[in-house]
Design a protein around this ligand. Structure first.
Ligand code: ASP
Ligand code: MG
Length: 267
């Protein structure tokens, strides 16, 4: 049975009222697919608020403690989503980045994912439960909590999907796909239906990485993981969104291909 990864960003869970709606969407996909892993970000601008909180105490927060604090945002989301699914009679289990086996470099506040060991995710998946993974965070080889840099949950989704040999990652946004320009700027554009990784990267970089983190696209290319950008909004739910994949994929060994260390450290 193939797995799909569904990724929800902060906008999708801006308010607590959104959790039951997201839960419905997940249940619908589970019926169609069988195995679903969800990666979720912190609610709305909660990460900004947590960062503000840190700076209200300290001009230069120690990076270890900063990670300890800001990783909490995603932890709130995973637990609330699991509860929303439970109220709908569906078994769901939430996991932090560390519990999910997301092993990172030691670079607090901007860590890279070097390995994913999803041992704890497999038994609940095999039992038919929905697995929910906290985005944006991992654990270093010295067992410290790390975060991946702003917008890092997209990268978590691609890494987890690769480790589980998932069929694809579906990113659920407030827009029905990727547009030539920021859709907030011009509403009369049509979204792209199909892009390769290079095309997606170029567009996303031009529009400031708002729709998808460029780093997640690079990691998807490395892992040949197909991506879909679609909408969580009721009115766009019939739209198939934008599919991003390699035109002629090369064979790749199963499992997670590391995103590598931070470039500046390689020089
Ligand atoms: N919550 C984190 C941030 O706002 C990670 C993410 O949303 O991807 O940067
Ligand atoms: Mg966020």
């Amino acid at each position: 049975m193939k797995t799909i990864v569904m990724k929800f960003g902060g906008k999708a869970v801006e308010k607590t009222e959104r959790f039951p709606l997201i839960a419905d969407l997940i249940l619908k996909r589970k019926k169609e697919f069988g195995r679903v892993v969800v990666v979720i970000s912190a609610m709305g601008n909660l990460t900004d608020q947590l960062i503000k909180l840190a700076y209200s105490i300290c001009d230069e927060p120690p990076k270890r403690e900063y990670d300890m604090l800001v990783s909490v945002g995603e932890r709130i989301s995973i637990a609330l989503l699991a509860m929303a699914l439970h109220t709908k009679g569906c078994e769901a289990v939430s996991f932090t980045g560390s519990q999910s086996g997301i092993i990172t470099t030691n670079d607090h506040t901007d860590a890279r994912i070097i390995d994913v060991r999803p041992d704890r995710l497999l038994p609940p998946l095999q039992e038919g439960k929905i697995v929910i993974v906290a985005g944006f965070q991992g654990v270093s080889s010295t067992k410290e909590i790390t975060t991946l840099g702003r917008g890092g949950s997209d990268t978590t989704a691609v890494a987890v999907a690769s480790a589980l040999n998932a069929k694809r990652v579906e990113f659920y946004k407030d827009v029905p796909g990727i547009f030539e320009e920021d859709p907030q700027k011009s509403l009369c554009q049509e979204h792209f239906h199909k892009l390769n990784f290079e095309e997606a990267l170029a567009i996303v970089e031009k529009t400031g990485g708002r729709v998808l983190a460029p780093r997640a696209i690079l990691l998807a290319k490395k892992n040949q993981m197909p991506l879909v950008v679609r909408s969580f909004c009721e009115e766009f739910q019939d739209s198939l969104g934008t599919c991003i994949s390699e035109e002629s994929p090369k064979p790749k060994k199963p499992g997670y291909e590391s995103e590598g260390a931070i470039a500046s450290q390689n020089n």
